[in-house]
Design a protein around this ligand. Structure first.
Ligand code: T3D
Length: 259
């Protein structure tokens, strides 16, 4: 399928989804959200075992396209949150495959929080994360208050959200908001190598790891132990576990199939 504002490519068992409205820093319109839904349907149906999300041009995503709003009907503003943004970040977190995000430039507003909803976030050293919402009288959405508070604590979460100052990629890494800041000219190569590497791992187990880590903040220690036991039962029954142990014993590289 072809898209107006996205590029979706498949290669070597992985998908690359590129937001492609570079002239508007890949800010998101209602129509673009519908394309993203279709693209994620395509990714899931394809059976790929990892996905890379990035943006075209000098920005990753500047959040909601502010020209694509009907200010005379403020109730529609909440509609797009419920219809588009919340389902998107929930879906990224629910996908049973690892999602790598390559933040190639500024990630602002919901764009920052969509990046933070991905599993492993790499950012170009020149990129920044900007909770732009308060600049226009909004509150962070798309999970921003959750991700910032979980990863950075209340003091930094409140200051970033209220002051709406850009957080540079290297600081985001140092503070534990993202996995890694990468030299600009290395970003895509590194992100793609990581995505490919993940796509050849025991990806069913990676999907379970993703769900377990996401469940941890709201679980008690005992509940988390129970979840780990349940997931380990599933993982231990997989073909990949059998292959992993067999390959170890035979001193060879495992050939995982994601089953
Ligand atoms: O219903 C709802 O909408 C609620 C949902 C809310 C979710 C949200 O995401 S709210 C937050 C929306 N985003 C923002 O407020 C960020 C707005 N953008 C900026 O503050 C700046 O563009 C940046 C700090 C991100 C980057 O600045 P800079 O100087 O590098 O670039 P620029 O010149 O401002 O932008 C380049 C072009 O992209 C420019 O277009 P032009 O003039 O060259 O034709 C600019 O208008 C356009 N652009 C950037 N961000 C948006 C945008 N156009 C529409 N919407 C945007 N969000």
């Amino acid at each position: 399928m072809t898209y107006n504002d996205l590029i979706l490519e498949f290669d070597a068992g992985a998908a690359v989804l590129t937001l492609n409205r570079p002239g508007k820093l890949n800010s998101l319109t209602w129509a673009m959200h519908q394309e993203i839904k279709s693209a994620l349907d395509e990714v899931e149906a394809s059976g790929v075992r990892a996905m890379l999300l990035t943006g075209a041009g000098r920005g990753f995503c500047a959040g909601q396209d502010l020209a694509d709003l009907d200010l005379s009907r403020p109730e529609t503003i909440a509609d797009t949150i419920e219809e588009n943004y919340n389902p998107l970040v929930e879906r990224l977190k629910a996908l049973p495959i690892p999602v790598v995000c390559a933040v190639n430039g500024v990630a602002a507003g919901a764009g920052a929080n969509i990046a933070l909803a991905c599993d492993i976030v790499l950012a170009a050293r020149s990129a920044s994360f900007l909770q732009a919402f308060s600049r226009i009288g909004l509150v962070p959405d798309s999970g921003g208050t959750w991700a910032l508070t979980q990863r950075l604590g209340e003091a930094r979460a409140k200051a970033l959200a209220m002051l709406a100052e850009p957080l540079l990629a290297e600081t985001a890494e140092a503070w534990g908001l993202i996995w890694k800041a990468v030299d600009d000219d290395q970003l895509m190569a590194e992100a793609w190598a990581l995505t490919q590497r993940l796509s050849t791992q025991a990806t069913a187990a990676l999907g379970l790891i993703k769900q377990a880590v996401q469940a941890a903040p709201t679980n008690s220690f005992s509940a988390q132990l129970a979840l780990e036991a349940e997931f380990q039962r599933i993982a231990a029954a997989s073909e990949d576990f059998h292959e992993g142990v067999t390959a170890f014993v035979e001193k060879r590289k495992p050939a995982f199939k994601g089953r």
